[in-house]
Design a protein around this ligand. Structure first.
Ligand SMILES: Nc1ncnc2c1ncn2[C@@H]1O[C@H](COP(=O)(O)OP(=O)(O)OP(=O)(O)O)[C@@H](O)[C@H]1O
Length: 337
């Protein structure tokens, strides 16, 4: 029964996704068979070190991949109220994809200037977005823009709606970008390292805002981060990514409490976790990620792993630790001990 409820709760499903880069006649299997579900109104964090494929996963969903890369295999299914949409099959710049982008699935970035245009006022940009997707009159759209800025905690929204992005501080600019992303009430918000450039207090405020939006708008959030502390604090579900694979996933509280992959364990040991007290022995992860054009055979983490054996020369299959907790490691039972 619970499984069925979970199944009905999925808003976006990524299945066996493979996205490759082709440069100088070489192939980088950047996303090499990734699967996960984003549940309605919940936050899924994808966590991993730089280069593991977090951003390429997000760009695959949005069909905004850089040149020289393409989706090779797999399915990205959006469960809209009108039925299932196979995103990977849609023409990138076609009408359907453009309408999904922004209205159903919106994205926010580390650098708000990726989404905001410096030559237009914040209000103008939100109004244009609303008019393009929601068929609103200019007057109603302007009113909604002011409301949105207020909902995002921007003081004096009537005045600020007429200002340009450079007149906003870093944190306020981030809020303005979130206002724009939320303007069409998307069902899924993809947030790619949304607070990395901000100081810690502002970071906390932005996460607080995102969590409030999740409740108020019932939006599902895909949060991309390298910060296990953030994952622990804000997400319902998590997926740990390494070299283009998900090596462990499940409900955040289960994975953090019982990490079954040596990489998850190492990530957790490398950062302080809120609530675990002051005397945490922090250890950096040894070694570095392999050259993506010259990958090890089998488990990608094996050369950095304390549990490595000959068996690890073969790619481990996905195994279930418990009903929703998946791991990809030959030695997970030892890791759990
Ligand atoms: N524009 C690009 N051209 C060539 N290769 C790329 C490009 N963007 C990403 N890649 C490659 O794809 C792989 C996944 O990169 P991706 O940017 O998704 O990692 P990430 O986990 O988001 O890292 P970061 O935290 O640094 O943003 C890496 O091997 C990277 O070198």
């Amino acid at each position: 029964m619970e499984k069925e409820t979970r199944e009905n709760d999925v808003i976006l499903r990524v299945k066996d996704l493979k996205t490759f880069f082709y440069t100088n006649n070489r192939c980088n299997r950047a996303i090499n068979g990734v699967s996960f579900d984003i549940r309605k109104g919940k936050t899924l964090s994808i966590v991993g070190e730089s280069g593991c494929g977090k951003s390429v996963t997000a760009s695959s969903i949005m069909q905004l991949l850089p040149e020289l890369s393409r989706i090779e295999e797999g399915e990205i299914t959006y469960f809209s109220s009108d039925g299932e949409v196979n995103i990977e099959k849609l023409p990138k710049n076609g009408k359907k994809m453009r309408s999904l982008r922004g209205s159903d699935i919106a994205m926010i970035f580390q650098d708000p200037m990726t989404a905001l245009n410096p030559v237009y006022t914040i209000g103008f940009q939100i109004v244009e977005n609303l008019r393009a997707h929601m068929n609103m009159s200019r007057k109603d759209a302007k009113k909604r823009a002011v409301e949105l800025l207020a909902q995002m905690g921007i003081p004096n929204p009537e005045q600020r709606v007429n200002e340009y992005p450079h007149q906003f501080s870093g944190g306020m600019r981030q809020r303005a970008m979130i206002a724009m992303a939320m303007s069409c009430n998307p069902k899924v918000l993809i947030a790619d390292e949304p607070t990395t450039a901000l100081d810690v207090t502002i970071q906390a405020q932005i996460f607080e805002l995102m969590m409030k939006l999740k409740e108020d708008f019932d939006t599902a959030i895909l949060l991309i981060t390298h910060d296990m502390g953030v994952v622990n604090e804000v997400s319902d579900d998590m997926a740990v990514m390494y070299m283009g694979n998900i090596v462990e996933s499940g409900e955040t509280r289960d994975v953090i409490k019982h990490p079954a992959h040596p990489y998850t364990k190492a990530l957790l040991q490398s950062i302080p976790i809120l609530g675990k007290g002051r005397n945490q022995d922090l250890e950096p992860i040894r070694g570095s990620t392999p050259d993506p054009y010259n990958r090890p055979v089998g488990c990608q983490f094996r050369d950095r792993c304390d549990y490595m054996t000959e068996k690890c020369g073969e790619m481990p299959p996905e195994e279930m630790v418990s009903e929703d907790h998946m791991v990809r490691c030959w030695h997970w039972k030892e890791v759990l001990k």
